[in-house]
Design a protein around this ligand. Structure first.
Ligand SMILES: *[C@@H]1O[C@H](CO)[C@@H](O)[C@H](O)[C@H]1NC(C)=O
Ligand SMILES: *[C@@H]1O[C@H](CO)[C@@H](O)[C@H](O)[C@H]1NC(C)=O
Ligand SMILES: *[C@@H]1O[C@H](CO)[C@@H](O)[C@H](O)[C@H]1NC(C)=O
Length: 298
């Protein structure tokens, strides 16, 4: 990532620096006129004084954002990235790799993910990746991890996303015929699993960070800070800009699906809402904040 700093009559280009905040805007007019600064070399550190004004741009140089490596030293501590299927695990893996520069691993091997995540094939217990994707919810599997990021998403959305994935792959959509035939059975087996997944990790997980998918969408950078703090990784400004610039990573299904009917029946809603209440209560019992309000449609 390069940062361009413009101030008439000069334009400087440098690696990103913490001296400038890209989100702190002031009047463009203030950049015009003053010429007290005279840097002639791009290697000169730019040191703004209190009264100087600059126009600052950043240009994404994607190659650096794409740089990844395994942990330089094998970690003795295994960290799970745990979620129910369809809760955005792939998206969060992508974000974690962007902000840390380290590969993420997987408890499974999904060939369709391997071209995006080179840690996918690594033995999950190798200690070489920053965290390990898992959807497991058994006590034994949970206790194999020293700590976990527990990613939770609105079950209504998770169920639809997972149904789409099962029917049409990571980026496709189920057909109307599939919604009409296979969906009810899918919901009756997967909705209880949405709840038991969260409940088991809350019960057996040793050291947990709970991340709500919806919070990540609403406030990406603060949430990524929580994640990197939890992972004991320093997030550099450069990496932060990588996340800001490439946050989507093409892992989301394109556009909202135009279903001509509401896939959730009254019975399904009743069941799902009661699971939402149970998980919300369990979170609060462990002193985590509860589920986002929007989980219960009104
Ligand atoms: C800027 O620095 C260059 C080289 O040191 C010098 O030749 C030039 O006169 C300076 N310009 C101003 C406006 O100070
Ligand atoms: C981060 O460091 C702390 C203190 O050394 C340690 O207790 C914790 O387990 C580490 N977290 C992870 C995810 O490794
Ligand atoms: C939650 O917080 C309360 C009050 O601070 C404390 O008494 C309780 O032990 C905590 N419970 C857990 C599970 O950490």
């Amino acid at each position: 990532l390069l940062l361009a700093v413009f101030r008439k009559p000069h334009c400087f280009c440098t690696r990103t620096t913490s001296l400038f905040s890209l989100s702190q805007q002031s009047e463009k007019q203030q950049c015009v006129g003053s010429t007290s600064l005279n840097h002639t070399s791009t290697s000169t550190p730019i040191a703004p004084t209190e009264h100087d004004h600059y126009q600052v741009y950043h240009t994404p140089v994607l190659s650096r954002c794409k740089e990844r490596m395994f942990l330089p030293q094998r970690s003795g501590s295994l960290v799970a990235l745990s979620s129910f299927p369809g809760a955005g695990n792939t998206w969060v893996r992508h974000l974690i790799e962007l902000v840390t520069g380290y590969y993420t691993g997987s408890f499974y091997f999904d060939g369709t993910l391997y071209n995006r995540f080179k840690g996918e094939k690594d033995y999950w217990k190798s200690g070489r990746s920053i965290c390990v994707k898992t959807h497991e919810s058994g006590q034994k599997e949970i206790e194999m991890f020293d700590s976990a990021i527990l990613l939770i998403r609105n079950p209504y959305r998770s169920l639809m996303a997972e149904f789409n994935r099962k029917c049409a792959g990571h980026l496709g959509h189920a057909t109307d015929a599939q919604w009409k035939s296979k969906w009810p059975e899918f919901v009756s087996s997967y909705a209880p699993w949405w709840a038991s997944h969260a409940l088991s990790w809350l019960k057996f997980g040793r050291h947990l960070l709970v991340v709500h998918y919806e919070e990540l969408q609403r406030a990406l950078l603060p949430q990524l800070r929580h994640i990197t703090d939890f992972l004991n990784v320093t997030m550099t400004d450069e990496r932060l800009l990588c996340a800001q610039t490439n946050q989507d990573g093409h892992f989301k299904r394109s556009g909202a699906q135009r279903l001509s009917f509401d896939p959730f029946t009254q019975d399904m809603r009743q069941m799902i809402d009661s699971f939402i209440h149970t998980v919300d209560q369990a979170l609060q019992n462990r002193n985590f904040s509860g589920l986002p309000q929007e989980y219960l449609p009104r």
